[in-house]
Structures are given as structure tokens and as C-alpha cells.
Design a protein around this ligand. Structure first.
Ligand SMILES: Cc1ncc(COP(=O)(O)O)c(C=O)c1O
Length: 409
């Protein structure tokens, strides 16, 4: 079976993890701190905080910004549950908006969704393709939307407008106007979950890029405390001679990344530009070229040279023109039976029990439904061989052609 997205675990990763195991320090410590600096160096943002997941990072930032009961956060209907679940955790209301043909949040729909309760917009770079950040920032900075904004925390007053919090779970290494993800929004959150481009098994990072008068290193220091019980010293500094006494400044969370996980991430980041991204790009370009001969194939946008936009090639979301959901499911069945794992990114959140019970209706987001119904994500991962790329493409093409030949049931 060709898997969908196995991690790349080789000797270099194993050696680095063993080195950490033998170092006597396995929780948050020197390697996590180094990984944070390396991530900021790579993305070009001011400061980065590593955590145990992207979900934790998104929630931490909503809490830091003071999002609470009565507030609204605008999220795309086309995303993974984490994006909206964290809004509910804070007692706020997720306001879903529909997406564009490229799967990203539609700025025109965002404009219609803003009201005086709106505190945050959370665009999602689906599959690693950056959202239209120019339009989103034009909206949040527009005088009429600024005057609608009702700050209710020190951070909200300081920003004076809606926060753009990018769910960049998929987009580490993506470019927009030749700038890297991590610098495209006020704050961006990456995921290092096992299936992601760069993995630490589980993990995530918050990339701070707040405008003045925020002091990003100061915000970083505060978030270190907020993400670790509100404790004013981390475990490593408490171990220093004479430094054992600590205080709890607020009822913080427990979201820290461990050095064991950071070891994996540091090896991954070292070879991210030289090995991982080029391989993912190669696979996606192969699929682009292969499927471009078929009129039924709708290919994902992954590069726009004129605008300096480039995907991180996290997913290859192929769409089958005009196919219904049940026919898409049958195609997937055939592909699985032929030994290839495929996936769908994503089932709309508004179609999920939890969100339906809250009163959301999938039909209210027609573009999201249209994209979901005929989408199939193909395997993209470092160890996928050329022979297997061909097998994936041949298998998917023949499953689609078989389905098209048969009348709709
Ligand atoms: C779009 C999106 N946002 C957030 C997350 C959450 O990431 P994590 O598993 O690191 O919490 C995911 C995970 O798959 C995701 O796909």
C-alpha cells in the first residue's frame, strides 16, 4: 500500500533524538530554545514560541488577545476542526465564511461578516497556499472597520483593530510577495504534527510579527509564562543553583514543546529548503503535468511567479470536474483497493455534528461544499519514489476514467 503521508525518520533524526535522550534533559530546554531561534531565522519574523501543537498555539493567542464570551472570530468554512474548536474553547462564536476557488478565505465574505463583536480573523493557508493577505489587511486597517472595533483587553486596545491570526498549520516555507509564511499575518501558527511538511511528531509554533507598538520579544516572554502554568521560571532555569523559588503569575496553560520533539524539528528544519521542499515540489509538479492532459482534472494553484506566491506543497488537492460526492467516494474506494491511500481535505466543518448542532448549515457555504464534493488529496511525502508517483497518478486516473464511463447511480 502506498501510504498518504508517512514521516521521514532516518538515522539523522534517530541520532539527534538519542543525543537528547542521553543529554539528561528531555523536556523544554536548550534544544527547544535553539529551534525557536532557527525558526525565526528561517521565516524572518521577530520571535517564535514552540508549543506542543498548533491547536494549543491558536488557543493561546486567542486567550492572550482576550477573546471571550460574546466575541466573534471569523474562520473559513473550509478547514480542519482545530481552527474553529479553539474559538469555542474561549467561549466565543466562530463566524464561518465561504472560500474562493483556491480554497482560501474569501475577503469579500469577510467584509460582510465583520461587526462590532469581531475580534480576530483566522485565515487558513490550505494545503500550503497562502491566503489573500493584502486584501485581509486592507479590510482590518480600513477606517470604517477600525471604528467598529470595540477593544476589551489591553492587547486589543494596543492593536486598535481586528487581529489577523494566520492558521499556517500547512504553510511553513510558503511565499507570498516573496515573503515567507510567519511574516504574512500579525501572528501565524505552524503545525508540526506527524503528517505535516516539517514534523516533530506532535508540535507547533507561534510566529510573532506584531506591528508597533508591540514589542515581539516581550510578547514572547509573556507567552512563555502563559503557556507554562503562569510560572515565572521554566524548568531549566529553576534547576540553576539558588534559583529554585518561583511564582505563579496567572492560571496559565500547559502547552510547552519538549527537547525530544525539538530535536526532530531541528534536523527537519536544517534540510527543509535543500531537501524537503524541493522533493515536495517535484512530486506536485509531476502530478500537475500528469493530470493536465485530462479535461476532468481541476489542478490546484501552487505557484504564481508574477505575484511571488509559492505553496509549501503540503497537499495536492486534485478536483474532478463535475463529479458528485458519491462518485468521488467511489473513485476513492477504487484507488484504495488498488493500493494507494488518498484523503479529502476537508469535510466542511459546518457539515460536522458538533457544528450542525450549534445551528450552522453546510448549504450556507456553497463554494466550500462544491470544492469538498469533488476533491481528492494525493500522497505527497519525502520518501515517495518516482515509480510510486507514477503508480499514484495512473491509479487515480484510471479510477476516474472507470467512474466517468459508468453512468451515475
Ligand atoms: C488547517 C489546520 N489547522 C490546525 C491544525 C492543528 O494542528 P495540530 O495537530 O498541530 O494541533 C491542523 C492539523 O491538521 C490543520 O490541518
Amino acid at each position: 500500500m502506498i501510504p498518504f503521508s508517512p514521516p521521514r525518520i532516518d538515522q539523522e533524526i534517530i541520532d539527534e533524538v538519542v543525543d537528547t535522550l542521553k543529554s539528561g534533559w528531555i523536556t523544554t530546554g536548550p534544544k527547544t530554545k535553539k529551534f525557536e531561534l532557527e525558526l525565526s531565522g528561517y521565516c524572518g519574523n521577530a520571535a517564535t514560541l514552540c508549543l506542543n501543537s498548533a491547536t494549543a498555539g491558536l488557543e493561546l493567542i486567542l486567550r492572550w488577545f482576550g477573546v471571550k464570551d460574546g466575541d466573534e472570530v471569523i474562520v473559513p468554512a473550509y478547514t480542519y476542526s482545530a481552527t474553529a474548536n479553539v474559538v469555542l474553547h474561549c467561549g466565543a462564536k466562530p463566524v464561518f465564511v465561504d472560500v474562493l476557488d483556491d480554497f482560501t478565505m474569501d475577503p469579500a465574505k469577510v467584509t460582510l461578516a465583520i461587526n462590532s463583536n469581531t475580534k480576530v480573523i483566522m485565515p487558513v493557508d490550505i494545503g500550503g497556499w497562502p491566503c489573500d493577505y493584502d486584501s485581509l489587511f486592507r479590510i482590518v486597517k480600513a477606517a470604517d472597520f477600525r471604528s467598529l472595533f470595540r477593544p476589551s483587553s489591553k492587547e486589543q486596545t494596543r492593536l486598535g483593530r481586528i487581529l489577523v491570526l494566520s492558521d499556517a498549520a500547512h504553510s511553513l516555507g510558503a511565499h507570498y510577495h516573496n515573503r515567507k509564511a510567519g511574516t504574512l499575518a500579525d501572528i501565524s501558527v505552524f503545525s508540526f504534527h506527524a503528517v505535516k511538511n516539517l514534523t516533530t511528531a506532535e508540535g507547533g509554533a507561534v510566529a510573532l510579527n506584531l506591528p508597533l507598538p508591540f514589542d515581539n520579544p516581550e510578547v514572547y516572554k509573556f507567552l512563555c509564562i502563559l503557556s507554562l502554568h503562569g510560572q515565572n521560571k521554566d524548568a531549566l532555569s529553576k534547576m540553576q543553583a539558588g534559583n529554585w523559588k518561583y511564582d505563579i503569575l496567572m492560571p496559565g496553560y500547559k502547552m510547552n514543546m519538549t527537547d525530544l520533539l525539538a530535536s526532530i524539528g531541528r534536523v527537519e528544519l536544517r534540510r527543509y529548503e535543500s531537501e524537503i521542499l524541493p522533493k515536495r515540489m517535484k512530486i506536485c509538479k509531476y502530478y500537475q503535468e500528469y493530470f493536465s492532459r485530462y479535461p476532468w482534472a481541476i489542478l490546484p494553484l501552487q505557484e504564481d511567479g508574477a505575484k511571488g506566491i509559492r505553496s509549501s506543497y503540503h497537499l495536492f488537492p486534485l478536483r474532478i470536474r463535475g463529479i458528485s460526492e458519491s462518485r468521488r467516494d467511489r473513485i476513492m474506494e477504487r484507488v484504495f483497493r488498488a493500493g494507494v491511500s488518498v484523503n479529502v481535505h476537508f469535510i466542511p466543518l459546518t457539515a460536522m455534528t458538533c457544528y450542525r448542532e450549534l445551528g450552522y448549515r453546510a448549504e450556507d457555504y456553497p463554494k466550500t461544499l462544491e470544492l469538498y464534493r469533488n476533491e481528492i488529496s494525493l500522497p505527497v511525502y519525502f520518501d515517495l519514489s518516482e515509480e510510486n508517483m507514477k503508480m499514484v497518478a495512473d491509479t487515480v486516473a484510471s479510477a476516474v476514467l472507470d467512474e466517468i464511463k459508468n453512468p451515475e447511480i
